[in-house]
Design a protein around this ligand. Sequence first.
Ligand SMILES: C[S@@+](CC[C@H](N)C(=O)[O-])C[C@H]1O[C@@H](n2cnc3c(N)ncnc32)[C@H](O)[C@@H]1O
Length: 330
Amino acid sequence: MVQNRFHDPVLAAEIVALLVKKPGIYVDGTLGGGGHSLAILRALVDAGFQEGSLLIGIDQDKAALREAGDKLKEYDALSVLVKGNFLDIKGIINKVCSGKGLEPKVAGILLDLGVSSFQIDTAERGFSYLREGPLDMRMDIDASLSAGDIVNSYDEKELARLFYRYGEEPRSRSIARAIVAYRQQHGSVGSTQALASIIRDNAHGGERVIKTLSRVFQALRIEVNAELDVLRGALDAAIDCLEVHGRMAVISYHSLEDRIVKKAFAEKARSDWGPKGVGLREPLAWGTVTPVTRKPLLASPQEIALNSRARSAKLRVIEKICQGGCSECQ
Ligand SMILES: C[S@@+](CC[C@H](N)C(=O)[O-])C[C@H]1O[C@@H](n2cnc3c(N)ncnc32)[C@H](O)[C@@H]1O
């Protein structure tokens, strides 16, 4: 495992083995500390694939770009790092490729969803219920909506809906009610710890408090960064950018993300046989991808022992299908 303090990449060996098959353009849409990108670049060089290869690393967090820039310094000639949202993956790929005179067709794409350890561990970013900080949670600090805006402006119904929808929190209503009551008494909820203590007072005791805290903080983070809408929008665009036999790998960390990935991959894999009972001999349109992993890959117990973040990771990989006539299939 490529270990570092910023963020330990999850399932890195599996990603490299499944993604890096040939020279070409590789896109890491969630660059973070650059751990996966470093593993991909090393694999490209080790396989003698430098010629014709380029890694495009994207992150919306400036701090991640700084860290990854340092880590990937020795691979400067093989990489381009871009501040952006992976929702714009197509535009970013087109821009980088046109600047380098390359065809914008990609051999491999990785999305390692969610936040990095660095973001969670940095108190001022406000992602953690364990650290005193502002209610922020923006991955992109140039974005306007913060967790504080939501906690202090959504009405009780909107808060309850949010905690239920994005946190699957059974006590969503009573927590929303307590937040609104706190606002009436104190004006606003001022910090991560103020919010955490409202949640603690309104959760059942014991282990369930921790679960409730993480669910409510997760829900706020998803809303602040529009994570699920962005993911839904990005998957189709990313698959469109793949060349034939190009692969895309997505690591998700909770069921809401995994459901979206599973559904999008299944829809792209399905051929269109028209309305039931028509009895076509050939589909109206063939599926455009095939699953490489039938079931999601999970981290080994050894990796989980070294990196607890790996516990909830699920890796799904698909490959773009040849619709006939590609040089590799002839
Ligand atoms: C789990 S970390 C990735 C860690 C990385 N794979 C590594 O090895 O260090 C997720 C990263 O993706 C970024 N991110 C999340 N959603 C994003 C989006 N929609 N567009 C761009 N970056 C995003 C976060 O800022 C964070 O740095």
